[in-house]
Design a protein around this ligand. Sequence first.
Ligand code: NAD
Length: 267
Amino acid sequence: ESSRLAGQFALVTGASSGIGAAVAKTLAAQGAAVVVNYIGNPDAADAVVQEIAAAGGTALAIMADVSKEDQVQAMFKQAVAHFGTLHIVVANAGIQVDSGFVDMTLAQWQKVIDVNLTGQFLCLREGAREFIRRGPQPEVSKALGKLLCMSSVHEVIPWAGHVNYATSKGGIMQLMKSAAQELAPQKIRVNAIGPGAIKTPINHDAWATPEAEAKLLTLIPYNRVGVPEDIGQLAAWLVSDEADYITGQTIFMDGGMTLYPGFATGG
Ligand code: NAD
């Protein structure tokens, strides 16, 4: 694998499964040492760390609930104590708590906003603070640091039955763009990835049976459900110097899901 992230330290939230695990493994394969953040299951996080180590990389698992300020700050403190600094933060952790609009409780709304939106804010802020504290290392990275949000096609596509989730992703867009505008003079790049349908535990029911997958594919012009490795490759490129002039952008990686496939026949 390439070593375009050699000498860099990365933190990926929600990295014990799905997209986060693939992003952590890809960053490590390209030379970064990686913090594998997780909540709940240490065995799954350890498995990701072991897989990275077996491939010749370096990783450290750290437990933290990204929606809790004290836990996020403790995680960044531990990461910097262990590695010395960070150059890359991928705010990936996210959840769905689905409910029809009129039945959605405040607790269901608040939980998703807390994890998906406030959690990304806290991790971006702690990342930016660390980049500024450390100062430039142009031999390692052109940018002072790179912040990457895991958004969704639901940043722009409304989603009935998931108003808390879609709102959190729409919010991530302005979190990302406003932070990008504010931090660009300090040479901190902030971007987002907007995945379409990717095979992970979060949407297992949508692709687990042939019938479900066929229905899902009607929304995907490219006619393939994505895999976490698709997103891992894009993430590694976006935080590399090859993408040094990109900031404030959401890159959709969705097989065309945002192309209004319902209009493909001309209507
Ligand atoms: P996933 O369920 O495998 O991953 C989510 C991860 O976040 C899990 O590891 C979970 O333990 C972790 N997490 C949940 N709450 C947390 C908290 N409070 N603190 C720390 N970690 C927490 O599903 P995924 O598909 O890999 O999701 C990753 C991201 O990608 C999410 O932000 C999701 O919204 C986004 N996304 C996924 C898809 C898809 O099709 N799979 C599409 C668009 C966007």
